[in-house]
Design a protein around this ligand. Structure first.
Ligand code: CA
Ligand code: CA
Length: 124
């Protein structure tokens, strides 16, 4: 039956000692495109006959990163007005980013509102 390609191996119904043989038979049937595995059979039937895999054991998922989360200010992304002074812990951090992005000539984040070359002077 199996070797003719009409039956799937249902591992959970099969004694373990036969598992290798059954898998071998299924692989052979698949390789030789006999029976169910023939290219002429409806491919859609494979999905309905395939045993549903056990639900994955709940594994701790990493916290999903929301698109609205801006990159850490320490990376200093200069591609747009992403940061404001409160995003920086210190004046020097803001100043570093301010200068990294081009300083007073390219204050893309608006960190130096009064254009004196000192970014976020009210930060510690
Ligand atoms: Ca800003
Ligand atoms: Ca300033």
């Amino acid at each position: 039956m199996i070797v003719e390609g009409y039956a799937f191996e249902y591992t959970y119904q099969t004694p373990y000692k036969y598992q290798r043989e059954f898998q071998q038979a299924e692989n052979e049937a698949r390789a030789t495109k006999r029976g169910l595995w023939s290219d002429n059979t409806c491919a859609g039937s494979l999905t309905t006959l395939t045993p549903t895999p056990e639900p994955a054991v709940s594994t701790p998922m990493p916290a999903p990163s929301t698109p609205t989360t801006k990159p850490p200010a320490t990376t200093c992304d200069c591609s747009g007005n992403i940061y404001n002074c409160p995003d920086f812990a210190t004046h020097s951090a803001a100043q570093t980013c301010f200068e990294h992005c081009g300083g007073i000539d390219n204050d893309i984040h608006g960190l130096d509102a009064d254009k004196d070359g000192i970014a976020c002077e009210n930060l510690p």
